[in-house]
Design a protein around this ligand. Structure first.
Ligand code: C2E
Ligand code: CA
Ligand code: CA
Length: 279
């Protein structure tokens, strides 16, 4: 019996130390990484439900390490946040995404909006709003081309300054979306308090919308409430036509998900989504 317990303990311990080691090596790799060489933004299309028109795209970060290959943002974003690398990496993401939106919009004479994921740490930096304003000015970017995606949890944090940051961003004229809406800590008061533009209805809800009546009712309530408050809605993680049909009936404004396209490199996005829109 004792040896059995010992064995179990040993197993657990080695498992844990493996995790710690893996995390440490990711940390070292991240610190030594060359952003321009190893990172790339992929883009996933966002289509308007009423006329199936392409209206924008979410920028999703990809790390393609020379030896380790593809590393998921779910693995490296938390480490980037812990180590503070998120500040420089996040800045890199903002620059890349803004330049891409500008390039496409000028080339095709469109007003596509790029959704940029922002970590709570980035936005809590007091200089965030000013730096965005400066970049938009320097790069000659229309503010309506930019959408900042913030998760519900972040928007919930009780910092007084959040209110200022949100209204600062709104004053510049860029759009603000609440990411993963409907999954977090459910207080709705901040939607009223903060100056936001769009709710991104969480994939977790969309996943069950066709099978579960209560989920359907929740999504319906979110869409109706948003409309009443003058906010747009976008459903994320839409994969099949049953889900799409329901969202059309509920008059959800926009759709993002595999049904219309996976996140792809910019070259492919241009071919598969923009060129098709133009011709
Ligand atoms: P997120 O912001 O909720 O992004 C949506 C995730 O759902 C993406 O995963 C996307 O590839 C995936 N997805 C989209 N449509 C579908 C669908 O129809 N079905 C399924 N099964 N999945 C779908 P991804 O690209 O792995 O990103 C994971 C998370 O990493 C993101 O979740 C976001 O929180 C974070 N992230 C990605 N890029 C950035 C970035 O530039 N900065 C920051 N701070 N976080 C980022
Ligand atoms: Ca997002
Ligand atoms: Ca999301």
């Amino acid at each position: 019996k004792i040896s059995h317990n010992n064995q179990k303990y040993f197993f657990f311990d080695s498992d844990l130390s493996e995790k710690v080691q893996k995390k440490h090596s990711l940390e070292v790799m991240l610190k030594n990484s060359n952003f321009d060489k190893e990172f790339k933004l992929y883009y996933q299309p966002q289509y308007r439900t009423s006329d199936n028109k392409l209206v924008g795209m979410e920028a999703l970060l990809r790390w393609i390490h020379p030896e380790e290959g593809f590393i998921s943002p779910a693995d490296f974003i938390p480490i980037a946040e812990e180590t503070g690398i998120i500040f420089s990496l996040g800045e890199w993401v903002i620059n890349q995404a803004m330049c891409q939106a500008k390039a496409w919009n000028q080339k095709y004479n469109m007003d596509l909006q790029v959704g940029i994921n922002i970590s709570p740490l980035q936005i809590e930096n007091s200089d965030f709003v000013n730096r965005i304003r400066q970049k938009i000015h320097d790069e000659d970017i229309k503010p309506e081309w930019i959408d900042i995606e913030i998760t519900e949890g972040v928007a919930m944090s009780s910092q007084v300054s959040m209110e200022e940051i949100f209204s600062g961003l709104a004053n510049i004229g860029i759009s603000i979306s609440i990411d993963d809406f409907g999954t977090g800590y459910s207080s709705l008061s901040y939607i009223k308090r903060f100056d936001i533009d769009r709710l991104k209805i969480a994939k977790e809800l969309i996943d069950n919308i066709a099978e579960d009546k209560n989920t359907l009712l929740i999504v319906k309530a979110i869409i109706m409430m948003a409309r009443g408050m003058g906010l747009k809605t976008i459903a994320e993680g839409v994969e099949d036509s049953n889900q799409l049909e329901i969202l059309k009936v509920l008059e959800c404004d926009e759709i993002q998900g595999y049904i219309f396209g996976r996140p792809v490199p910019p070259e492919i996005f241009e071919l598969e989504h923009i060129d098709k829109t133009i011709h």
